[in-house]
Design a protein around this ligand. Sequence first.
Ligand code: TYD
Length: 429
Amino acid sequence: MKFDAIVFDLDGTITRSAPGIMGSAKYALSELGKPIPGESVLLRFVGPPLRDSFRELCGLNEDETEKAVALFRKRHNAEGWKEASVYPGIFELLYSLKKAGCHVALASSKSLALCEKTLEYFGLRRFFDRVAAPVPGGPEISKRELILSALPENAKAPCMVGDRMFDMRGAKEAGVYAVGALYGYGSEEELSQSGADETACDVKALRRALLGDFRMPRGRFITFEGSDGCGKSTQHKLLKQYLESCGVSVVSTREPGGCPISERIRGVLLDVSSMGMTDECEALLFAAARTQHVHDTILPALESGCTVLCDRFVDSSVAYQGAGRGLGDWVKEINARAVKNCLPDLTLVFDISPEEALARRLSQSQADRIELSKGELQRRVYEAFIEMCEGPDERFYRIDAAGSIEQIADSVRQKVMELLTGEAEDKRK
Ligand code: TYD
């Protein structure tokens, strides 16, 4: 490890805050009936003090500037801050730094409350040992002082990562190695002239600068299961969006399918012209599609450190072919070979009664061959999933799928973030 303590700036280093800032500036100007400047001018709001921007970029007088600042803050505090997103790969970088035993801290000129709520919202708070930021009404603090208060007294090789000249200068004044994040809002020229010891053009390069060849930890494998019509695909999409906004590298896939060969098998399995397929043929085709999918898509993604989200996996075969079609344990046997020990870290089972699920399905789309199966099959499938949740294997997590989309999305997020931040592991210890 090159460094034992790393201090990050927030805006432009951890989060891409421009969308919320530009949106809030636009809102303030339109409420005041002022012309809205183009994107390139709005982008210049990111960084400098707000008053200067309204005055210099939009030509507002003193009175208008005060009103604009108040309107900006109103919108930004309510929703604008959530329009930010974390740069892709930052989540895994912070996770790796903690695994490597590094002190991780934040030093930002944004208010402490906003820093805390941003880190919390994007699931990053657990990775930070300290957060140094000004409190409203408190004394003015220089970047140098913020950096020093974010570091532990005994840091031997401290480093600061930031995207603007204030960060680089503050680091040098504090006697700390400075890494410029070129993917943020400052230019190469700005960063090297203000004292950057090194620059990183993207998060991958930043990772190399901070961690050398420290191995990327293996990614996590999360599956979505439940009866037809349980709403898992909607939740899969929402979770993917949220995780990406948190800077998690996500690979999203599905079964049957998920790679070209297995998508072709999917066609054979689900097409209504395959009526008459024997149950054994069906089970073997699902397993065949799965083994190719694990080989071509899932394992490579996990090995490169990505989080894999998969709609249905081996548990669907156990429920549909094992319990539903009555093929029993033979389905587990053929699948043991197919998955090659690649089992999910977390399986979310969306629990909704087969009757309610049927009503939802009929109102939504055309049914495929398996969905057209009789009611008893769906009942056996449902019971098999519930049995998995009630069994000893802790990877299964039952989600009540009868609530609103937002409520369900919240429980999904909570459970998944416990896994991805390492909180679940710490709880078990
Ligand atoms: P899916 O595309 O997930 O459909 P939906 O989004 O409507 O739930 O799955 C297609 C069908 O394939 C579904 O009825 C469940 C079935 N299936 C099995 O019977 N066994 C399996 O191993 C898998 C993966 C799916």
